[in-house]
Design a protein around this ligand. Structure first.
Ligand SMILES: [Zn+2]
Length: 396
């Protein structure tokens, strides 16, 4: 198979995903720009797809590669990218990632499923020992001495639809909180995507708080949340009932045998204004004898969501860990700060997510047509690099 060239991915990005106008108008807040916004915004996308991980390497690419092949147009330096990302309006980038998702849904990218999910979770990234910004959280050693800073954000991703597409982040500073940031990102996402884009939101136990669940109610989205000891009354009631009952149902999940308990008449805790709470407990028996047990709560009715589907939707939360944070950090450089400035970090993370979405849509959907094998993301990156013949190769 002839590998995809940069122009091919560029063409796909611009026309199949209607990105061209965005790249020209990415919310550029510079007053008298010398370098066209298009070069810088495409540079950020290409940098993430090629795993450059630093503005200096992107600058090197812009200077040394065949510019026609990279589509970068003019060369630019590290300072130009820093100046640009400090001034890009993140709302414009967020609107574009949401619009890309809506387009993907229209184009039937998602698997035939009754339930498209949104997973929300928080992480820390961008460790730094130099400088500080309003989003810095101090990192202390065991003696309590501050050894550096880290930045925290909450991310939201499409899950449960056969392709994991993280599309927005919400940073939070030291006086803010993870679940407040989670509420903001959920509200904004449903505004951008529309109320009927997704069917549920799935979260870890730290988001299983009345304010977060009420926010989900407010945007009309059923919640699936992990139930742990941070809700002691409900946890105790669940244990008291399920520990003495045979499972409601047992079924196979791949090689694993699942025992499941499911009841929808638990009392809500004091601050939660739901009439009742439904809880699923599953006990997953692996072939090697290992057992995994977990409890999950929801406001889905049993009529709308059966026990096996509840189990499947709860498991979809792993996608944001594995294909969101792990891939984002290990493959795309999400951990690394390109420029230590709050807006620059946010804009870089958002461009990184847009690049990741384009790459996944291109690799798993567009390249899927025909008989050739699907490239892994590493193979795609390597193929793209092979096409980036330095501009001076013929003359040296
Ligand atoms: Zn900082």
């Amino acid at each position: 198979m002839k590998g995809p060239s940069v122009p091919a991915i560029f063409h796909y990005a611009c026309f199949n995903l209607a990105l061209k106008s965005f790249l020209h108008h990415p919310g550029d807040g510079r007053m008298q720009p010398r370098i066209p916004a298009f070069s810088l915004s495409w540079g950020l996308l290409l940098g993430a797809i090629l795993r450059l991980k630093s503005a200096l390497r992107l600058e090197w690419l812009a200077r040394s590669a065949d510019r026609k092949e990279t589509g970068l147009g003019a060369g630019f330096g590290d300072d130009a990218l820093a100046y640009f990302t400090e001034r890009v309006d993140p709302e414009v980038v967020r609107q574009r990632t949401a619009a890309t998702l809506k387009l993907a849904k229209c184009n039937k990218v998602f698997e035939e499923t009754a339930f498209i999910g949104l997973a929300i979770d928080g992480t820390g990234a961008g460790r730094s020992t130099k400088g500080s910004c309003p989003l810095c959280h101090p990192v202390q050693d065991s003696q309590g001495k501050v050894t550096g800073q880290i930045h925290h954000f909450v991310m939201i991703s499409v899950v449960g639809a056969g392709i994991t597409l993280p599309f927005d982040v919400e940073p939070y500073g030291p006086g803010d909180s993870e679940y407040a940031a989670g509420q903001r990102v959920l509200k904004r996402s449903t505004e951008h995507l529309g109320p009927r884009f997704a069917d549920y939101v799935v979260v870890d136990a730290k988001f299983a708080t009345a304010p977060f669940l009420h926010t989900a109610d407010g945007v009309g989205m059923p919640v699936i949340a992990r139930l742990k000891a941070n809700l002691p009354e409900l946890s105790a009631a669940v244990e008291a009932r399920f520990a003495n009952q045979p499972p409601t149902v047992t079924f196979q999940h791949g090689e694993d045998r699942i025992e499941a308990w499911d009841a929808d008449d638990f009392d809500p805790w004091e601050t939660l204004d739901w009439p009742t709470v439904r809880v699923l407990r599953y006990r997953q028996h692996k072939p090697d004898g290992a057992i995994v047990q977990a409890d999950w709560l929801t406001d889905f009715s049993i009529a709308r969501l059966g026990t096996r589907s509840f189990f499947k939707l709860a498991k979809s939360r792993w996608e944001i860990e594995n294909q969101g944070f792990n891939d984002g950090k290990n493959l795309y450089g999400m951990e690394h700060i390109q420029h230590h400035h709050p807006n620059s970090m946010l804009v870089n993370w958002l461009f990184l997510l847009l690049a990741l979405m384009i790459e996944r849509l291109y690799r798993n959907r567009y390249l899927h047509r025909g008989t050739h094998p699907i490239l892994t993301s590493m193979q795609l990156k390597d193929t793209l690099w092979l096409y980036l013949r330095p501009a001076h190769a013929d003359t040296s």
